[in-house]
Ligand binder design. Sequence first.
Ligand SMILES: Nc1ncnc2c1ncn2[C@@H]1O[C@H](COP(=O)(O)OP(=O)(O)OP(=O)(O)O)[C@@H](O)[C@H]1O
Length: 274
Amino acid sequence: MTAPPSAAPTGRTDDSARQRPVLSIRDLSITFSGLRALDGVSFDVPTGGVTAVIGPNGAGKTTLFNCISGIYRGEGEIELAGESLAGKSPHARAALGIARTFQTPTLIEDDTVLANVMLGGFSRTRAGLLPHMVLSPRSRREESELRDRSAEALELMGLLPLAGARAADLPHGLRRRVELARALVAQPRLVLLDEPAAGISHTEALEFADLLTGLAERSGATLLLVEHSVALVMRVARRIAVLDFGKLVVEGEPSLVRRDPRVLAAYLGDEAES
Ligand SMILES: Nc1ncnc2c1ncn2[C@@H]1O[C@H](COP(=O)(O)OP(=O)(O)OP(=O)(O)O)[C@@H](O)[C@H]1O
């Protein structure tokens, strides 16, 4: 799949772009009715590959995603590839290259898989969704390009043979893949994946892990993953940030994180040894 428009394609990224984190979070805090859901969180997400955020229920993981995507306004700084996101709406952040999937996939049930995936690209066409209904020459050209990009995204997710299937007829595991293909079609720099393995079997989760690894290599997007499945996270992530009670407990390579006594105490327990 083509790399994000404002980033160099994978394999041709210059060294400075490769070394710059795709996302920098500095001293991020947010309070709900006296509850400190995030408390001075700082870490970088390196460009490329998969970074994971883990932590117990209520640790602040989804809140972190909501702050990155602009749904919540926290205190502190978030930068995307060196550009401050302060004051930017969710739509503006999407246009800058932040895509997101949710815990529960929301697909248009009566539409085909391909049509669902194409919807992810309309925010990046110059004209948006409305003119596609009147089919001007420009909108026809954009729609044809979007169709090609959507087919590429489906191919990356192993879904191309199902392009014409009705979304409603897909099992849950495949619906999650469609949602991810829809996020990729906007050619994002960064994809926020909220519990992509929720509700799928252990075997499907491990297959999904391999898919994510391949995707991070081939799509040009960096994947930031919130996930409860420690097996999946340990398999795919190059860095892991651990949250507990809104604070960053530790951030680093999986081999270090899984041995960290604070992480064992806060979250992983015996799972880390398996
Ligand atoms: N809009 C909100 N209003 C009030 N409290 C909120 C809001 N959003 C999150 N919280 C609270 O912030 C804390 C962190 O919630 P969050 O959903 O980010 O945790 P999480 O780590 O994603 O948990 P889970 O793994 O269960 O999804 C929780 O105590 C939650 O109740």
